[in-house]
Design a protein around this ligand. Structure first.
Ligand code: ATP
Length: 238
């Protein structure tokens, strides 16, 4: 792997009051990769993403994006630099239509390709096109997940952080979401994927990291981790 490092985390610590949620985590994501961060409930995966985007302040460590320390820079500035997160629970604008939500994603842009990007997103998610005038708040969980991903894509991200995109979705919708994550990656977007669905997340991943109780305990190529007996026993129910 000679691709340049987009995101480099070193010795990251995050606490909620007295609770140490992330205890010195280090990992990196290189340009063009899909990296999966897996682990049980409460392992600290979401907290790690929140620290990267500045939603939750880090207590210690370095967070470098494009070679620069970004701690304290604020989510908004990071979006402008191509670092975009799709949060757990999605966070769509429920009282706006699909089209309006997608337009919000392009809010930071002033180029002439917004309309063609929206068409591209409607090609990825035909369901959104069918319902483009429907209020986001009236859509199913899976549809809202698609919308949140579509809105993030409208920013033209370099690095997309996805927090549990499959959570709470029906099996068919889970298939669809993982298919789209794979497509987005293949179209050139670098992805950091946080998932409890370890099997699916590792199948798609170039590399993965396993988090346990706030620490990274294993790392390696996606397929290597997927076939690792310890990973299989702990996360794949074997
Ligand atoms: P999940 O998949 O369940 O979201 P996770 O690996 O993403 O799990 P986190 O959500 O990062 O885990 O949680 C890590 C630890 O931090 C947990 O013990 C959790 O209870 C705690 N925690 C998370 N958010 C808060 C908060 N706002 N206040 C206090 N403790 C929190």
């Amino acid at each position: 792997e000679n691709n340049k490092v987009l995101l480099k985390i070193e010795g990251l610590k995050v606490a909620y009051g007295g609770i140490q949620a992330v205890k010195g985590v280090s990992f990196e994501v290189r340009e063009g990769e899909l990296v999966s961060l897996i682990g049980a409930n409460g392992a600290g995966k979401t907290t790690t993403l929140k620290a990267v985007t500045g939603i939750q302040p880090a207590a210690a460590g370095r967070i470098e994006y494009l070679g620069q320390e970004i701690r304290g820079r604020g989510a908004w500035n990071l979006v402008k630099q191509g670092l975009v997160m799709v949060p757990e629970g999605r966070g769509t604008f429920t009282r706006m239509t699909i089209t309006e939500n997608l337009q919000m994603g392009a809010y930071i842009r002033s180029d002439k390709e917004i309309a063609s990007d929206m068409e591209r997103i409607f090609t990825i998610f035909p369901r959104l096109k069918e319902r483009r005038n429907q209020l986001a708040g009236t859509m199913s969980g899976g549809e809202q997940q698609m919308l949140a991903m579509g809105r993030a894509l409208m920013t033209r991200p370099k690095l997309l952080l996805l927090d549990e995109p499959s959570m709470g979705l029906s099996p068919i919708m889970v298939d669809k979401i993982f298919e789209v994550v794979d497509d987005i990656h293949k179209q050139g977007v670098t992805v950091l994927l946080v998932e409890q669905n370890a099997s699916r997340a590792l199948q798609l991943a170039n590399r993965g990291y396993v988090m346990e109780s706030g620490e990274v305990t294993m790392s390696g190529e996606g397929m290597t981790l997927l076939n690792d007996p310890k990973v299989r026993a702990a996360y794949l129910g074997e």
